[in-house]
Design a protein around this ligand. Structure first.
Ligand code: PMP
Length: 472
């Protein structure tokens, strides 16, 4: 089974593509294009890539997830919201009406900064988390993922340091890597990022002559940690960043998904000039529209708009108008409340099943969001174990995905957002069986369960890659 999970040869090999290009060139009466110097048999253009492209590699666990998406596998891996709860019929008719009545605008190019009415509505949404911004301060982006890319693009030179929580969001680590940033992790505990250690980390980096450009944080219902930064720590963290002259990048897609309905003040609300705030409709509404936003100090916002225009000209007008209509005509806050209840039930199923089946592990109990962060029993390696878990029809994301330096093999991220409570319980039961086999193997062979073909501890940073969009 493990062999079948290895990446397959691409259907059209580069050699075939080269032959086809040569045939086309010959037919056009010209010589076959020469491969760039440094090309390889597998990739004739290997030597031509920009330096920044060399860190980009598909994860070796991507192939496993192609199998994990099969219906018989319970996937506790993906971070996909559960959309069946949305009023799809109402949304469908309002989109049809939108195209019928405003199609010429909805299907046209729009403003680089984003639709003004939507920006006004975004300001209202953020008020729930204590952010008082003006619509002019908002830049609409293609998901908050694009905002991460734009912020990194305008601030980070190769070799600059981004300080990120340990662990941190896999999709952000991919962006930082693509701009050749050095990511330095600073630890979290059950109350989020630890201010004292952050202070030490920044002081140490300064003493080493490093240029720290960003402090990247997920303050609420952390991906993958499941924890939130406590109220008491928030102003302290902002203050530390300010004293060290470091801009805070606050990534907050889950803030409204607290299970007790309580929302914490955004870090941005403590010091609007020192924080770039990122928001998203992906988790509270639907990721398919790909609409997120950034709120930034005035001059930064100007640069973000220019960078976004260079990248995509403008965000999708159709998506923005659909979201704007949804916010204006549906009870979106009632919908978010329903999501919170649904995800709370699934969180309860997850932590209940972990307590019943996996008492030898430990885990965070999230008060919102999509994820719990599980520490495996001593000596087990989550990445090495993954092929065997998928064989046992359960999938998760190994902790290594969430560290820039390849550590984290003793952890895994379990998502409770998409599977039903029954599927979650069954998935955890299967996982417990896999863990128990690994522990037996470790006892018999003293291998620590790392006998598989995807062993990971201590890998170089470049080997640890994003598993792909549906898992992020
Ligand atoms: N930040 C975090 C912490 C996330 O978990 C995600 C999605 N998994 C994103 C950003 C990107 O979200 P989107 O681009 O869909 O807004």
């Amino acid at each position: 089974m493990t062999e079948n999970l290895s990446p397959r040869e691409p259907a059209t090999s580069p050699t075939t593509a080269q032959a086809a290009a040569a045939a086309r060139a010959a037919a056009a009466g010209s010589a076959a294009p020469a491969a760039a110097p440094g090309g390889t048999r597998l990739d004739p253009w290997f030597g031509a890539y920009a330096d920044r492209a060399h860190g980009m590699r598909a994860s070796e666990i991507r192939a496993l997830f192609a199998v994990a998406n099969r219906p018989e596998v319970v996937s506790l891996a993906g971070g996909m919201p559960y959309l069946k709860g949305l009023p799809l019929d109402t949304i469908a008719s309002s989109v049809a009406e939108l195209v019928a009545t405003h199609g010429a605008t909805a299907l046209q190019y729009g403003s680089g900064q984003g639709d003004e009415s939507l920006r006004e509505q975004i300001v209202d949404v953020m008020r729930l988390e204590g952010v008082s911004a003006h619509p002019d301060d908002v830049v609409v982006t293609t998901g908050s993922q694009q905002a991460l890319d734009l912020v990194t693009r305008i601030f980070v030179n190769p070799g600059d340091v981004v300080v990120a929580e340990a662990p941190s969001y896999v999709g952000a680590l991919g962006v930082f890597r693509s701009y050749q940033a050095e990511v330095v992790h600073s630890p979290i505990d059950e109350h989020g990022l630890i201010p004292e250690v952050l202070e030490e980390t920044l002081t140490r980096l300064e003493a080493a002559g490093k240029t720290v450009k960003l402090l990247y944080l997920i303050p609420n219902f952390h991906n993958p940690g499941g924890v939130s930064i406590s109220l008491e720590r928030r102003p302290r963290i902002v203050d530390i960043a300010q004293r060290h002259g470091v801009l805070v990048l606050e990534d907050n897609p889950y803030g409204l998904l607290g299970f007790d309905g309580e929302t914490m003040p955004a870090l941005q609300s403590y010091h609007p000039d020192g924080v770039i705030y990122l928001g998203s409709f992906s988790k509270t509404f639907a990721p398919g529209y790909r609409v997120g936003w950034a709120v930034a100090p005035h001059a930064v916002r100007e640069k973000l708009v220019l960078a976004s225009e260079a990248s995509i000209l403008c965000p999708s007008n159709a998506s923005q108008m659909a979201i704007s209509t949804y916010l204006a005509t549906c009870d979106w806050q009632g919908q978010v409340k329903q999501f919170r209840e649904l995800y709370r039930e699934r969180r309860d199923a997850m932590v209940g099943a972990l307590a019943e089946h996996l008492p030898s592990a430990s885990w965070t109990v999230p008060a919102g969001g999509f994820y719990t962060w599980v520490r495996l029993p001593e000596g087990l390696d989550a990445k090495a174990m993954l092929p065997r878990a998928v064989t046992a029809r359960v999938a998760y994301v190994p902790g290594t995905a969430f560290y820039a330096d390849g550590s984290g093999a003793d952890h895994m991220r379990l998502s409770f957002c998409y599977p039903t409570p029954d599927q979650i319980r069954e998935g955890v039961r299967r996982l417990a069986g896999v863990v128990s086999n690994e522990l037996d193997l470790a006892t018999i062979f003293g291998t620590g369960g790392t006998g598989g073909d995807a062993g990971s501890s201590g890998r170089a940073a470049a080997d640890v890659e994003a598993p792909g969009p549906d898992l992020a």
